[in-house]
Ligand binder design. Structure first.
Ligand code: HMG
Ligand code: MG
Length: 293
């Protein structure tokens, strides 16, 4: 049976904006996050502490966080690839940190410049430091339904990386269809395979909408015990290391679809639409005048 309520993790300020050709000003990014909070989103990924040479759009995540209001009912999450990123995230007051691995070797190399094994070895001290600091840990697996370099990815490979992330201490593992290659049948088969080794209550669906199938893929997995879905306002997003990847499934579309299914999200659609308009206008302005952005 389907869940009666789903928690949406809003990833637009990170996964969305990291892939824009322009970098939005800190004040605009903070204002977007405030609008998302006002719409009822409480789990919000606000940025990342990665190399600014790799992803310049996220370079000033600490400055964005310094402007945010408290979020007592939820948490602000940031991506960290290593201990250096974790220390910066802790200093900035992150409520949750997320490490990110891949189910394909070629994507791991392109995205974080190391093998899957090396990445997990790098996450071990991050997990230990997070535990010591009392900061919850999230884990991502990328390319769960296909890799831009290697093509098909076996569900068993996804399950193995997910299992290892939980063994490190991740309380939740988000399954990323990085390039939106999935179909409902394959999405379901993947989640079923992962659910054999990680309880489905600890899984999240993170689907990009490249082929317009993200909503159908989410629907196909909803009766498997998963009740967390990642989405990006206005369908912002993509991935800088996966050419052709388009945005995450739009939060607006997920909220509307869940309303049709009678699944509660706690999100105010009008305020969410307003947040989406705000960021699309800001991006249009920045694209028109990048020098002043
Ligand atoms: P590297 O070059 O192998 O790292 O990059 P390094 O350890 O050799 O360090 C090189 C330089 O980077 C040094 O600076 C470090 O200080 C610096 P230098 O001495 O040359 O001046 N550096 C850092 N700076 C700031 N913060 C840090 C940090 N670490 C090192 N944390 C590295 C390895 C992982 C750092 C690099 O590849 C990187 O930053 N990659 C980030 C890639 C990224 O952010 N991708 C997008 C997010 S993943 C995604 O979108 C998928 C997801 O949405 C799920 C899905 O859809 O599938 C999550
Ligand atoms: Mg993504």
């Amino acid at each position: 049976t389907r869940p009666s309520q789903v928690r949406i993790v809003e990833v637009g300020p990170r996964d969305g904006l990291q892939n824009e050709p322009v970098t939005l000003p800190v004040a605009v990014r903070a204002s977007l996050i405030e609008r998302l909070l006002a719409a009822g989103l409480t789990s919000i990924e606000v940025g990342s502490f990665v190399s600014p040479r790799w992803v310049p759009q996220m370079a000033d995540t600490a400055a964005v966080m310094a402007r945010l209001p408290p979020n007592p009912g939820g948490c602000y999450t940031v991506l960290v690839p290593n201990l250096q990123g974790f220390e910066a995230a802790r200093a900035a007051g992150a409520g949750e940190v997320a490490v990110f691995a891949a189910a394909s070797e070629a994507f791991s190399r392109a995205n974080i410049n190391c093998s899957i094994d090396e990445s997990l070895a790098r996450f071990a001290p991050v997990a230990a430091a997070a535990r010591a600091a009392g900061i919850p840990l999230r884990g991502y697996v990328s390319c769960v339904l296909g890799c831009p370099y290697e093509g098909a990815v076996a569900p068993g490979a996804v399950a193995e990386v997910a299992r290892r992330l939980v063994a490190l201490g991740c309380r939740e593992v988000s399954l990323g269809d990085t390039i939106g290659a999935g179909t409902p049948e394959r999405a379901r088969a993947c989640v079923e395979a992962v659910a054999l080794v990680v309880p489905p209550e600890r899984l999240a669906l993170h689907f990009h909408d490249t082929q317009g199938l993200a909503l159908a893929n989410i629907r196909a997995c909803l009766d498997l015990g998963v009740s967390v879905v990642d989405a990006a306002v206005a369908g912002l997003g993509g991935c800088p290391y996966a050419a052709g990847a388009t945005g995450n499934v739009a939060t607006e579309a997920v909220v509307a679809d869940f309303a049709r299914l009678g699944i509660a999200t706690g999100i105010d659609p009008a305020r969410l639409t307003e947040a989406g308009r705000f960021v699309t206008r800001a991006l249009a302005r920045a694209r028109a005048a990048p020098a002043s952005g």
